[in-house]
Design a protein around this ligand. Sequence first.
Ligand SMILES: Nc1ncnc2c1ncn2[C@@H]1O[C@H](COP(=O)(O)OP(=O)(O)OP(=O)(O)O)[C@@H](O)[C@H]1O
Length: 626
Amino acid sequence: ADLNSDRDALLALRAAVGGRTLLWNASNTTPCNWAGVLCENNRVTVLRLPAASLSGEIPVNTISNLTRVKTLSLRFNRLSGSLPSDISQLVELRNLYLQDNEFVGSIPSSFFTLHLMVRLDLSNNNFSGEIPSGFNNLTRLRTLLLENNQFSGSIPELKLSKLEQFDVSGNSLNGSIPKSLEGMPAGAFGGNSLCGKPLEVCPGEATQPAIATGGIEIGNAHKKKKLSGGAIAGIVVGSVLGFLLLLLILFVLCRKRSGNNARSVDVATYKHPETELSAEKSNVDAENGGGANNGYSVAAAAAAAMTATGKGGEIGGNGIKKLIFFGSDRSFDLEDLLRASAEVLGKGTFGTAYKAVLEMGTVVAVKRLKDVTISDMEFREKIDKVGQMNHENLVPLRAYYYSREEKLLVYDYMPMGSLSALLHGSKGAGKTPLDWQVRSGIALGTARGIEYLHSQGSSVHGNIKSSNVLLTKSYDARVSDFGLAQLVGPPTSPTRVAGYRAPEVTDPRKVSQKADVYSFGVLLLELLTGKAPTHALLNEEGVDLPRWVQSIVQDQWTSQVFDIELLRYQSVEEEMVQLLQLAIDCSTQYPDHRPSMSDVVERIQELCLSSLRVTQEQSDSVNESD
Ligand SMILES: Nc1ncnc2c1ncn2[C@@H]1O[C@H](COP(=O)(O)OP(=O)(O)OP(=O)(O)O)[C@@H](O)[C@H]1O
């Protein structure tokens, strides 16, 4: 066997299962630069084709020549039929990932001669038969994942000292769990009819051998008999008391929370060192401890804002002077905020954003809204809804201030700035490139934030774009600016959110969830291509980002689409292509053809998991090489 026979084997595989292997350039004399193939010492050692649209059976005598392969990953495809018995020829095999296919039948006995095997994942297939005790031959096995198949019978005793990851959940197994596997988590056995540690004790315990008992229902008649009347009474009384205690705790918590919500503070006159303005003097209810220190002033933030704009002067005037807080987190007070220095962060559609740095180091972002044309009542109603939104991927609205002249929103300040700045900001030496891990994480976080918004009544974001995706220190994504599109009047200029807006949207205040999905799709394209949707070059050509990407992908130039910084991550190319496909699906022209945000989250979650596994496989191939 040599590289040529490796090449023949790969071409035979391609003829059998197709998929993305069809993109391999068969006129190459070496297969080593085909996508998913890695070579070492002039032999193929890694074949990785996850989610490559492979389908059909792998006939015997197809892959047997790949005798140097250490890692074989064909997960997330539609491979069917039984595992070819000549897989036992791959004597160097250490990592085998066949999960998420449609394989059937039992594991051939020859398989258990592959004694170098370390990671084996056969989960989410239709494998059947008993779990062979032959696994005991694979003494180096650290991962054995067999969940969601149709394995039946009992689990054999497995004496695998290195086993770390084990899962047989979701099969048709019965009998007792062997001693050697007692230490595994209960979840590894769920969805079967198994008993014994870590699950419920088997009825009859030691006397009952691990034979097929037809399933042991927890709490069956046999078991109930063992409980005395007294014990039952004890359990009932205990449960009732526990339940009452829980109710009491909930009640107390609820009271506390509603006390913390939406607390208003009266406005009095306050002397600012630089500007004289009306501000708040706390008049907080007793539950909060009272005292001026517990309230902080958005009007004061306005002072900071005014200072920053150089306007300075009285805010509030004769308008309504109310300050409304959401939540209970108040690590600073009015005076701190008044003394804060402020700087302009930027001007947006809805007004100007400022960063206010308080003396003790707390930083907030204050947004001064312009063009608010809706009534006081309507404003409060809508902003109240915004304030109630609570999710780890949203920038929380801390408080707002409303008067006729001033509408201010106080947010947590996000230290790493926006995704837009990160992607398109100065590419100087100090700039850290965004790697795949970070980008896919941002995609997932943003999607989760929007999904949450969509799950709250029928709310929409209405203004999804990369400058509204802010980042925490650890690059976790937080979506901001939600709910504001409905607060302001009709746009004065037609250029609002060029590039992100779905084609069917005519009134930015009436955006549908599917239009949010479109904008998110454009944001994904931006994340993958590194190109701003408002990119001058694109616009000169008269095409938007979705159409530009589509034209390139149609010509099979997929890799040309990606940001240069991403091309270093060859091993996760599949996942990148999947995210690209999702982006294209989201930014399709017809709203009905776009996926829902929960579909989107699921798909990103899957590909993130999948790229994590690739990374694991990679480190395994390194660790396990001789
Ligand atoms: N909480 C925050 N923390 C850090 N930076 C922020 C915060 N809120 C906004 N910014 C930054 O301030 C700048 C201006 O934001 P703003 O939301 O006013 O405008 P925009 O996002 O560019 O447009 P739009 O108003 O249409 O959303 C943006 O660069 C944004 O990233």
